[in-house]
Design a protein. Structure first.
Length: 190
């Protein structure tokens, strides 16, 4: 991989790109599923969406670990030099917040389900162990935190995606190119 003089890569590694986009698709599906599943009548459909939501949350947690490992082993590119001070601060805040949330949200969900007394199946392959004793009051607190952080995550993702599109189609400064697979990056306007 070609790197900058300071040793930082010019773009994210292929592993980082794949982990980013799979995580993004999962989270973009998890947020509306989390809202919808609580509004559905009790029954088989709601149960299936809950199970899929829990399983996908654990997948996101696994991807979060892979993301950290990829950052550690392959590095991350330095910010694009044309970014303003505000853009650098906002970008760093968004990236760190999202990284923290992709760890926190699945762990909160697991704790929440343990307090509710429900097992956490992972795609029908195995169940996660309960990590808290059953407690309705603890469940309610954790559920509220999970809900609020889910909305916060949605706002940060919308801002992150909006900024990426701004850089790709208005500023045309190559910021988004660094996270896209090369075949897609070539399609962006220059």
């Amino acid at each position: 991989m070609t790197t900058q003089a300071a040793g930082a890569p010019l773009a994210y590694s292929a592993v980082s790109k794949w982990v980013h986009w799979i995580t993004a698709l999962c989270v973009i599906g998890l947020i509306p599923a989390g809202i919808i599943m609580n509004r559905l009548p009790e029954g088989e459909l709601q149960d299936r969406i809950f199970d899929l939501h829990r399983s996908t949350g654990i997948l996101v947690l696994t991807l979060a670990v892979l993301r950290v490992l990829a950052r550690r082993f392959f590095g991350v590119p330095r910010p694009v030099e044309t970014l303003t001070r505000f853009e650098r601060i906002a970008s760093t805040a968004a990236h760190h917040s999202l990284l923290a949330l992709i760890f926190i949200m699945p762990l909160l969900g697991w704790l929440m389900m343990s307090a509710y007394g429900v097992k956490v199946p992972v795609f029908g392959l195995f169940d996660l162990p309960k990590v808290l004793p059953e407690s309705e009051s603890v469940y309610k607190v954790l559920a509220k935190i999970h809900q609020v952080l889910g909305y916060l995550m949605g706002v940060i993702i919308a801002a992150h995606a909006g900024a990426a599109l701004l850089h790709a189609f208005v500023k045309r400064d190559g910021v988004l190119d660094r996270m896209l697979p090369q075949s897609l990056a070539r399609l962006l306007p220059r």
